[in-house]
Ligand binder design. Structure first.
Ligand SMILES: NC(=O)c1ccc[n+]([C@@H]2O[C@H](COP(=O)([O-])OP(=O)(O)OC[C@H]3O[C@@H](n4cnc5c(N)ncnc54)[C@H](O)[C@@H]3O)[C@@H](O)[C@H]2O)c1
Length: 308
């Protein structure tokens, strides 16, 4: 199958690209390298250094003639979306519309869209399932959710099929530990450097940590199913930040103590997502235990640290 992946130089996108290439698909990647890295790009793809907001995207889609598009390119930092909601909306909403226009004009049959648990906002019950009311608490959640509406409407108007995947907290190799990166990347990097990580609040807050290779296989599963819809991609289990930290100590053999800091305003206390719908409809399930995912992740950060 010919597949175009936007954001294929990023953390999650590069794992999806690797899996697509491994399984014999012909892959094109569009990425402006704003947060992605050239080293992440699989050498067996056609790479286009391009912004999804650029009108030239239409020529790229015309040249690649993808049967399907996996759309991951986005401004994916909650704090940046609060600091600069215009840039967030421009990237995430206008960029997606530009992509949709290009897809309609060039016979793309299916779009798989990387959405997020941030669309739900504060849970009124747990685990969050796809029927839970949506109420994003930041501009990032709003922009990601808005695109879900566009996909639905484009399907009605133009017949382009789609599947929305709402990812929980994804972790794994190639996640940026600098700045706002995921908590696993930050903790792993700090522990390996012998520095004490910060835990905000009591550490008893829970999150749903799903391993990036499981997310990549969900992307593949969605590609091969034509039935559309919205699916949580998660483990279905809440893991406290304290437990995550302990697991990382076990995996690294470290005995560091964390530094507890005051809770951050606006942080949701508990969040984990039901994955039953993805399991039954997409015939997908997470294969990695937290311990196995963390072992692979730590091995990556260890190699990177040694390489300098
Ligand atoms: N990491 C998570 O836990 C998580 C959770 C839920 C949803 N998501 C979603 O998954 C997707 C990938 O996230 P990630 O964590 O891999 O982030 P990432 O920043 O590593 O990947 C995003 C990629 O998109 C590229 N990009 C950004 N804006 C672009 C533009 N205008 N044109 C072309 N390329 C552009 C970046 O260079 C980068 O390579 C995003 O859509 C994000 O919203 C991520």
């Amino acid at each position: 199958m010919r597949v175009l992946v936007t954001g294929g130089a990023g953390f999650i996108g590069s794992h999806i690209v690797d899996l697509l290439v491994e399984t014999g698909h012909q892959v094109g990647v569009v990425d402006n390298l704003s947060t992605g890295h050239f080293e992440n790009i699989n050498p067996r793809v056609n790479f286009y250094k391009l912004d999804i907001c650029d009108r030239a995207l239409r020529e790229t889609v015309a040249r690649e003639k993808p049967e399907a598009v996996i759309h991951l390119a986005a401004q994916a930092d909650v704090q940046c979306s609060i600091n600069n909601p215009l840039a967030d909306a421009s990237n995430n909403i206008l960029g997606a519309i530009n992509l949709l226009q290009a897809c309609v004009g060039h016979g793309v049959g299916k779009i798989v869209y990387a959405s997020t648990a941030a669309v739900y906002g504060n849970p009124s019950y747990l685990p969050l399932d796809e029927g839970h009311p949506v109420g994003p608490q930041n501009p990032y959640g709003i922009s990601k959710y808005t695109v879900e509406h566009y996909l639905r409407v484009y399907k009605e108007i133009s017949g382009v099929n789609y599947t929305v995947l709402r990812f929980a907290n994804v972790y794994g190799a190639r996640q940026d530990s600098a700045g706002e990166g995921g908590v696993v990347a930050i903790f792993a990097d700090k522990i390996l450097r012998g520095e004490r990580p910060h835990i905000f609040g009591s550490g008893e807050q829970t999150r749903d940590f799903v391993y990036v290779k499981d997310v990549a296989s969900a992307g593949m599963a969605a590609l091969h199913r034509r039935d559309g819809g919205v699916f949580n991609i998660s483990t279905g289990e809440g893991v406290s930040v304290n437990r995550l930290f302990q697991k990382l100590l076990e995996v690294t053999g470290s005995r560091l103590e964390p530094v507890y800091k005051p809770p951050r305003p606006g942080d949701i206390t508990h969040s984990y997502l039901a994955n039953r719908s993805a399991c039954t409809t997409l015939d997908w399930r997470p294969r990695y235990s937290l311990a196995d995912g963390l072992r692979e992740t730590v091995a990556f950060y260890r190699r990177r640290l040694v390489a300098g």
